[in-house]
Design a protein around this ligand. Structure first.
Ligand SMILES: Cc1cc2nc3c(=O)[nH]c(=O)nc-3n(C[C@H](O)[C@H](O)[C@H](O)COP(=O)(O)O)c2cc1C
Length: 143
C-alpha cells in the first residue's frame, strides 16, 4: 500500500497557551492513531514544522483537520508525495521542542524527495528528510 506524506511549516497564533498546545497534540495523536497516521511536530515557540505520513484517506483527513485549525496561521506546504515505507513510524504524533536554527533549516531545506540519504554526512546534505531524521533520532533512542 502506498504511503503518502506531507510536510508543512506554520505559525502558532500569538495567544496559543502551552496547555492548549498539549491538548491539541493529544487530540491529534488520538485521531492519527485511528487514521493510521504517524509523524512528528517540531515547535520552536514561533513556528511549527510538521511531518505526517500514512494511507491516503488517513492523510487527507488529518490534513483537513490541520488546515481547519484556528491554532496556527500562515500554513505553507513544503512538500507532499509518496514514500515507499514510513520514515517516522515511532509516534502517532509527538511534539518535539526544537531549536529555532533547526526549524529555520527545515523550512528552507530541499524537500523534493522523501527518501533518506545513505551517506553518513546527512545533516549537512541539505535534504529536509535527512535533517528531520537526524533531529528525531536522539528522541527515538531515548524513548
Ligand atoms: C500545529 C498543528 C498540528 C496538528 N496536527 C494534527 C494532526 O497530526 N492530526 C490531527 O488530527 N489534527 C491535528 N491538528 C488539529 C488539532 O489536533 C485540533 O483538532 C485542532 O487544532 C483543534 O481546533 P483548533 O486548533 O481550531 O482549536 C493540528 C493542529 C495544529 C495547530
Amino acid at each position: 500500500m502506498p504511503i503518502r506524506a506531507v510536510v508543512y511549516v506554520s505559525q502558532p497564533v500569538v495567544d496559543l497557551s502551552f496547555e492548549h498546545l498539549e491538548s491539541l497534540v493529544a487530540d491529534a495523536a488520538r485521531f492519527n492513531r485511528m487514521a493510521g497516521v504517524t509523524g512528528v511536530l517540531l515547535h520552536d515557540g514561533v513556528r511549527f514544522v510538521q511531518y505526517f505520513e500514512g494511507p491516503e484517506d488517513g492523510v487527507i483527513s488529518v490534513y483537513e483537520r490541520v488546515l481547519q485549525s484556528k491554532s496556527h496561521t500562515e500554513i505553507v506546504e513544503l512538500a507532499r508525495g509518496l514514500v515507499s515505507a514510513r520514515q517516522f513510524p515511532y509516534w502517532s504524533m509527538h511534539r518535539l521542542p526544537a531549536d529555532p536554527l533547526l526549524v529555520g533549516q527545515l523550512a528552507r531545506a530541499n524537500w523534493s524527495r522523501f527518501k533518506r540519504s545513505d551517506q553518513s554526512s546527512v545533516p549537512g546534505s541539505g535534504w529536509g528528510i535527512d535533517l528531520l531524521a537526524a533531529a528525531v533520532a536522539p528522541h527515538v533512542a531515548a524513548a
